[in-house]
Design a protein around this ligand. Sequence first.
Ligand code: VG1
Ligand code: CO
Length: 541
Amino acid sequence: MSIQTISTTPFEGQNPGTSGLRKTVDVFRQPRYLENFVQSIFDSVEGYQGKTLVLGGDGRYFNSVAIQIILKMAAANGFGKVLVGQYGILSTPAVSCIIRKYQTFGGIILSASHNPGGPDGDFGIKYNIGNGGPAPEKVTNAIYAQSQVIREYRISDAPDVDLSEIGSVQMEKMTIEVIDSVADYAELMQSLFDFQAIHTMFANGFTLRFDAMHAVCGPYATTIMEKMLGAPEGTVVNAIPLEDFGGHHPDPNPVNARELMDYMNGPDAADMGAATDGDGDRNMIVGRHIAVTPSDSLAILAANATLIPGYSKGIVGVARSMPTSTAVDRVAAALKVPCYETPTGWKFFGDLLDDNKITLCGEESYGTSSNHIREKDGIWAILFWLNLLAVTGKSVGKTVHDHWKRYGRNYYSRHDYVNIDSKGADGLMNRLRSLLGSLKGKVFGSYVVEKADEFSYADPVDGSVSERQGIRIFFTDGSRIVFRLSGTGTVGATLRVYFDRYEKERLDMDMQTALGELVGIAGKIADIKAYTGLDEPTVVT
Ligand code: VG1
Ligand code: CO
């Protein structure tokens, strides 16, 4: 065994987006591509000599190849130890949990999350810091800068390590400890929720259908739901992680989790349906004939937090990403706790959680979590709902309707125009930017523009400013349209348009009917068809 120093030259575009570096497998498979990025991470952080790194991924294609390379590079760069999930499997929330529990230096997650996998799909890599959360922008900017001037990387020529057995092996001066992928995470869940109450609910015949979408949560959900909580075998479906997720987008929304939606709208619907994404940080909650919007889910969890053991003392504050609906704002106001509005992406919640400004946070993109870790957490959200239903005895549907009766309802939808031409997307945003000054007071049908701006965020903890985080048009009735470009795609550009309309009294309108006029206005103001070449959005959630 010896350590090699290999000369290299930079690759363009190794710029981490909303959540790590994501590219097609083809791009990642180029010689030196992964190595360059990993060395750039190590070169951008200080003080890791002799320290511990957590390493794992969602099991997608290229995961096992990448893990071996990263182990050899960690050994060559002087890490003392790597905690790696058995078979290289760790969900994103499990990595966050393990970093925090063992107070490691940081962690590397191999995943492109909800993006499709397989040889023709996407791959991704994300660095998390010692608080367990995604590296903040100052770190990701440094990694990118380093990737553009990199000259060499270090790697051991040790043979590949067998990751199928739990236990320790040595590589150079570094210890590699293969750990159970589920145990630490399951223990954390047990410390937050009333497992006994949920167990009793299942024993009394409550039914759950958990769709793991052939992604990382299969083993976690099977252990927690079926073994620990006594849900019947078969509760978890699509439970075996596959390298290509069975050819589907492992994205838990009503469009991509069609199978679950059909089941929950059919005659055999379970009491609750749930799904998680590629790396286990997203969740979707479904009741019989009702899908809970993620923005409502966050608001409902906040409103009921004191019913859950881990949050029985109440919450100190909440945060949501800017495009997320304002449903949680109303709950925060009623609880008299602050509500923070952050740019899209979990990395912006880290400081607020570390500084104890918030307890719960979430995004419209099917992400919710709390201060228990520093990532969004799919199984956590599902357990929160199960615990809530076990305590109240209500159905999912009644829980949602009761919430609307008390707080009013935010009709909410997101329209995605996927893989459009980048020039067109930039053109659309630039034109909107140029219109901002002239929109105020303009009348569109029954709507009047109250103000329009471009969101920028100053982190209240460290003062760092993130600009150009989305264009917002507010109307006098409190409705809102938001435009932003995705930072997780790998081909062309993706335009996201978010619609949010609040109604105090009219609680049972059809979603697309309630938002129809706003959708038309967005198309008109942004001239979406001309810039994207699309008559209709690609995905509506
Ligand atoms: C999307 C979502 C964002 C989420 C991010 C990562 O980003 O909108 O809310 O945090 O994905 O989620 P974008 O830039 O494409 O809109 V995950 O589960 O893919 O890591
Ligand atoms: Co994810």
